[in-house]
Design a protein. Sequence first.
Length: 576
Amino acid sequence: MAAVTPKTIYVDEDVGRDADNVAGTQEDPYKTLLHAYARHVISPEGISYATRKSATGDGDDKLDWKPAAKSALKKVANLYEQQRKKAAREQELQAAREKENEKRKLALEEAKKVIITEDSSLPKAVKIKLDEKDPQVVKLRPASKESDEKGTRVRVLGRVHRLRSQKDVIFVTLYDGYGFLQCVLTGTLTKTFDALTLTQETSMDIRGEMCEVPPKQHAPDNRELHADYFEVIGKAAGAEEAITTRVAPDADPQTFLDNRHLVIRGETASSVLKVRAAVLRAFRQAYVETRLTEVSPPCMVQTQVEGGATLFSFDYYGEQAYLTQSSQLYLETCLPSLGDVFCVAPSFRAEKSLTRRHLSEYTHIEAELDFITFDDLLNHLETVMCRVIDLVLADPEAAKAIQHLNPDFRAPQRPFLRMRYSDAIDWLREHDIPNEEGEPHKFGDDIAEAAERKMTDIINRPIFLTHFPVEIKAFYMQKERADPRVTESVDCLMPGVGEIVGGSMRIWDYEELLQAYKREGIDPASYYWYIDQRKYGTSPHGGYGLGLERFLAWLCNRWTVRECCLYPRFAGRCKP
């Protein structure tokens, strides 16, 4: 038999092509040796390979074809074999998936024939919220097999939080915003089309007997509902549109923000919002206890409080107007007729700041107190904040949420550390914490957020930082009589967050206030109603504003205030 003449396959790494229609000739070479090998390894003819780099080779050699090195061919052969085995495994898996899918289709078609109805001979189900535990309303069947005592038959409505299927048993954990309840579906209930296609977040109506959880098993509140009937109310999307795909745990922050409406369904986000509600209730109760009256100031204003650079402006029927930066000035006008007052209202700051503690819209808890001294103001602040913490921790649901979010939280000890601004400057210098220019801090510096937070975290206790220089504070702040360089002002700093409260005594002398406007270059004409407070029975008074989201970031140990409101608004974010 005549010897087979080896066929040469050509590979040019620069100008070759790896495609099915490539001839593998000198005129039409492949690009890679691996592709050439894969195309011709099963050829009955003897094969040899020649390679070159026609565009990047050296000198005249770049036009010469050279036999492929044995080591290169061996490497290519190994790679080809690995790819072949991988493709074969994938083909087997695909065949198995198709077989399983076909099997599931048949099962689902059969499941459509299974119809369940509520047994009319059973007691009428009592509708309850998922957290309801009143033994007079909901009795549990004992886990003991010897007991004949029955549990209450109840009707619960909620959404699927967790879902776990076993042979002939489906465990469904429902949630309804009040609590969680494990429901157990067995027998025919597990064979229906709705049961076999259940998805997370599907809303359901489930009825059955309330039972104790058997020993060594676990469920929320150590109880479970043994279902005898259920209905699907609203089926949730699955597969690529499943909520766990839309807001996967490893998604980037922008994805979480775009899907905030879904994120708040999670245990962490909803726990923060529940603590927020408890904190608001506690502030209102603390203010009632200290005899402050709640008022509702306007959000649309024509005066500034904290400086024009952070004002959101808009056209108000042909006049210039702004979204309020603070309700302080309006609260001051209420003191003569209502006594000490407070408000819970939104404030708006047009700062293009993307730090973790800034929002463009935030909830501002503000108060103004009449006939007080600066020490009175500090004592009031400390009393209210500690009372709020006590009230929140006394709320079982809020305390449970805080324990989940911030297990190491402890109520702050009184009294808070009181530190003058000048002492803080000395402290920062002693601890080699520079200012924003990288220089040692000096009197007159506006202590930057990073330095302030570092100092607070090192000291690790609440701080009343007081007596800031006049030049770095708002026009309305009262100067200290003993040192007119500084104001009777205070920032309350908390570990992990920094400033959560800013307050001061207010200038209450008519002429002194006019001089403050002049110093700041502000036209006092628009503030006539505010200045009038100094003309008609003026008095020493002061107040403060507390950022609710920052307070919550401290209480719930959140990295950013964006997690502490329902739908955060900051530079570049005004949706959903």
